[in-house]
Design a protein around this ligand. Sequence first.
Ligand SMILES: Cc1cc2nc3c(=O)[nH]c(=O)nc-3n(C[C@H](O)[C@H](O)[C@H](O)COP(=O)(O)OP(=O)(O)OC[C@H]3O[C@@H](n4cnc5c(N)ncnc54)[C@H](O)[C@@H]3O)c2cc1C
Length: 347
Amino acid sequence: MEQVLLLLTTGENGSIGKAEREAVTATRNLVCALGGSVWTVGLIGGTISPAAEQLAGCGAAGFVGVEGKEFAVSRYASDAAAAEALCRAIGAGLVLAPGSSRLMRALGGVAQRLGARIDTHVVGLRVQDGAIQADRWYYRQRIEATLTRAHRPWILALDPGSFPPWDGAPGTASVKRVPLELGPEAQRTDVVGLQAVDTGEQTIRPEAELLFVAGAGWTKKQPDGKTHVEEAAHLILEFVRKTKASLGSSKSLVDLAGEGQAVLPFLTHLHQVGQTGATPRHPKGLATCCHGEEPHVVGWRFIGERRAINLDANCGWARGKADVLYVADAFEVLRAALRLLEGNEHR
Ligand SMILES: Cc1cc2nc3c(=O)[nH]c(=O)nc-3n(C[C@H](O)[C@H](O)[C@H](O)COP(=O)(O)OP(=O)(O)OC[C@H]3O[C@@H](n4cnc5c(N)ncnc54)[C@H](O)[C@@H]3O)c2cc1C
């Protein structure tokens, strides 16, 4: 029988977010597959009761927590101390946690202190012949591996976006507080606030239903022999705003800035999808004016349904990389789509 602990950190108002609720689903399913194991939720934060109430019906045997204003912020020393205290209080053999930036910073140190082993970027969990199998990708999503370990404690950090978020009803729950005095050495780092990269309007939306990818074709000469970069910028931004899609780009398009060519000013390297860019997770994706070359398409590994618009019926997307390819002019398609979206707004 495994003694399972799910470690979660709470946000400003003491509640938990989507990545944390995904980890709840993963833990519930794993414990169910293990049969006979018990699991406990361990909460770390400035306030933790709202999170326990949110998760009242999740099926955990109980809630433990480290609470206090010194645990409200993301700081290695205090988070690692709190996570270690919770693991020891439970005598946890298996520790699951969302791979949030906050916990990813602390968990390596926790593993070292506990004499544990840790695996990160876990995207799948199964039980086979009584042994836990954890899936993850290596080499920029090209090699999928399945890991299992006899060593305990074993810490597993789960990649956000890999499990459906748990959304059961809230209720009442009591949390057993684990006392933890932090010495001054654990509070030397003062967290003064969060600073996000300033990319103008926020167009990268990890939670979006749709990934909208813009390729270099938007800046190329069109059938009338001219470029139409301003209109391209307007169509892309309006479409992304109206559909609340997340904006991605091909490498060629974001690289154009460095080459001094006409570019779309709202695109940065953070938008780049592909082998040397991001591998976002969205249920649907639409590529426009993008050729669909392999180094770009490897970034689409976790996109559920793939569609592309390209003038070229022989582009990369046509070769088994898209579910649907519209052989069409993306300018025309987007103009028509925006007319429809505006029509819907006025109804
Ligand atoms: C080591 C390495 C790593 C790389 N990593 C990445 C990566 O991470 N991400 C990435 O994206 N690329 C990456 N690349 C580059 C990749 O191979 C391609 O060069 C790049 O993806 C091409 O970008 P694109 O499709 O936007 O541009 P292009 O190849 O120029 O394609 C433009 C497309 O737009 C279409 N088009 C033009 N006008 C219209 C219109 N009006 N309507 C519809 N379609 C139109 C054209 O038919 C064409 O297919 C990498 C390459 C290497 C060698």
